[in-house]
Design a protein around this ligand. Structure first.
Ligand SMILES: [Zn+2]
Length: 559
């Protein structure tokens, strides 16, 4: 920022005017005119212009009201009638993984196991000996759906180790070289919270679920600081092009946070990051007195992220009743929940230290367990504005909606998963449980705060796809054009609010950002088309024209 600001920039104008003998009018740095602004605030309705000084918005209103902010040095952006909304705040990403995935083998749209093998083989040939990671394969695309095996890829990779994840991150496929380095054999037992998939002879097929993945992860050489930095830079560029101006980063390593801090110190972050490392390490933050939302507008700490269970796609989300298509299992509680007392002790202590709790829970029983723990935390530590969060909150038992509301738990959800998993979720959990799956409408009706995100790289980072998903619920396979469980669709304005205003609330930043108002950080996007006034089916084709973070243009789409 090149100009000191009083708490309100308007006050700065007044002070300057008083100090000089004749009135001085301070021009804005940036004015946006002829816009159709969705402010996210009750007032002013129908705003068409705004002014920015430094990194903050100083005024929002009609053309006349903003005109007097125009000075000789003011940059003016003519929005030509386009829609302007607050910058998107993705409430749940894995930012470095996302940046890494942008540069690794892409398996998400590999339509058959053979295609998966072909792409992995090509990568191994191009970079022999270098671990092949990421991938994001999707076995549900294959006809019939089936898990891949290392037999598919062993021949085409030779000694190059492969450990490629399913797109939900809850299983991964290792080849013989990777299993060998990890020491996994037919005699290796399943670890708590994990599963080694085996063939009829008991030999590992290469697929590892949840905690079993750690056995391989441990032997993968960690990224160099330079690789990490490059991944963050790639991720920031990608985010800027999609209008994402803030991210809430789940499970960053401390090395990741060190890269963010370095970039923040050098003034090189182009988006704002709220980092929530693993809850098992809560004491690292607690012991130095860091609590919720500690830091600068660019980088904050003070939350912890934990896991109650796995995922639906990996049949490891934890349910009260068995899976419809896998009747021998009802999922897995995470390693952190075994035993639950250990989780309870840590969450109690983390909450007592003032840290915000963000817990992944997907199956109805996983969610219920976390609500139980949250109730105990509130009872033990007393009432407080703590903004407990359940990440994903996918399959909520009907009688748990009211508990969400009464405990004021924020549902941090990913609408894209609904149109992705919606292709096959009913086969997996049956017709009854899908009624309260990704139940955004019910959550809002119950007064629960809904905060949107993507879980990138599990789902694409593009917020417009998520807005499309929440408003249409049209599954990716085209089989539900009128919506899968259509009663759970929500209105576009509610969806935008969940991606901006409520997402800011979910990280204790609603006074700083999330709406377009005087004094707030100037994080904005200009869209190519008006998402608030178009058929929902077209929202997915809308693009971001301009992204502004802290008053600076960080992305401009080329015509
Ligand atoms: Zn996640």
């Amino acid at each position: 920022m090149d100009r000191p600001l009083a708490p309100c920039a308007l006050a700065a104008v007044c002070v300057l005017a008083l100090a000089c003998s004749r009135p001085v009018r301070l021009g804005a740095d940036l004015v946006i005119t002829r816009a159709s602004i969705w402010t996210g605030e009750p007032l002013p309705p129908g705003a068409t212009a705004l002014a920015i000084i430094g990194e903050r918005i100083v005024d929002v209103g009609g053309a006349d009201a903003i005109e007097h902010w125009r000075g000789p040095a003011t940059t003016v952006i003519d929005a030509e009638g386009r829609r302007v909304i607050p910058g998107f705040n993705d409430s749940h990403v894995h930012f470095v993984d996302g940046g890494t995935q942008l540069d690794s083998v892409d398996l998400k749209d590999a339509d058959s196991p053979e295609e998966l093998a072909r792409r992995i083989g090509a990568r191994a040939k191009a970079k022999p000996g270098e671990w092949i990671l990421g991938g994001e394969w999707d076995d549900q695309r294959w006809i019939p759906p089936r898990l891949p095996t290392r037999a598919l890829i062993d021949d085409v990779t030779n000694g190059t180790p492969v450990f490629v994840s399913r797109y939900d991150g809850h299983m991964a496929l290792a080849n013989a070289a990777a299993l060998g380095r990890a020491g996994i054999t037919e005699r290796t037992p399943d670890p708590p919270g994990g599963l080694i998939v085996r063939d009829e002879n008991g030999n590992p097929t290469g697929v590892l679920k949840d905690a079993a993945m750690d056995v391989v992860t441990r032997v993968i050489p960690s990224k160099t600081p330079d690789e990490r930095l490059r991944a963050v830079k790639r991720a920031m560029e990608h985010a800027a092009s999609l209008g994402v101006t803030s991210v809430q980063d789940m499970n960053p390593s401390y090395d990741d946070i060190a890269v963010y801090a370095d970039l923040a110190n050098r003034g090189e972050l182009t988006l704002r990051i709220y980092a929530a490392p693993m809850e098992t390490g809560f004491y690292d933050q607690a012991k130095i007195g860091i609590h919720r939302s500690f830091g600068s507008p660019w980088l904050r700490l003070g939350a912890v992220k934990g896991y109650a269970d796995g995922s639906l796609g990996s049949t490891t989300a934890y349910f009260f009743e068995p899976y419809a298509d896998a009747p021998d299992t009802r999922g897995l509680l995470s390693e952190e929940m075994q035993p639950i007392e250990h989780m309870r002790t840590r969450l109690m202590a983390a909450d007592r230290a003032g840290l915000q709790l963000c817990i992944h829970a997907i199956g109805d029983a996983g969610i219920s367990h976390i609500l139980d723990l949250f109730e105990e935390v509130v009872r033990a530590n007393g009432d407080r504005d703590r903004r407990l969060r359940i990440e994903h909150a996918q399959h909520i038992a009907p009688n748990d909606f009211d508990r969400f509301a009464s405990l004021k738990v924020i549902a941090s959800v990913q609408p894209y998963h609904a149109i992705d998993d919606g292709r096959w979720a009913e086969r997996r959990i049956g017709p009854e449980r899908i009624k309260t799956t990704y139940a955004f409408r019910t959550l809002l009706d119950k007064g629960v705060r809904l905060s949107f995100g993507t879980d990138w790289p599990v789902a694409p980072l593009n917020p417009l796809l998520s807005l499309y998903a929440a408003t249409t619920r049209a599954t990716l396979d085209g089989k539900n054009p009128d919506g899968w469980v259509p009663g759970q669709k929500i209105a576009i304005a509610d969806a935008v609010a969940a991606y901006t205003r409520t997402a800011a609330f979910a990280e204790f930043q609603e006074r700083e950002k999330g709406t377009i108002a005087r004094g707030k950080l100037a994080d904005l996007v200009i869209l190519t088309d008006d998402i608030l006034e178009m058929p929902a089916a077209r929202i997915k084709d809308v693009r971001v024209l301009t992204t502004i973070v802290g008053g600076k243009v960080v992305y401009q789409r080329r015509p």
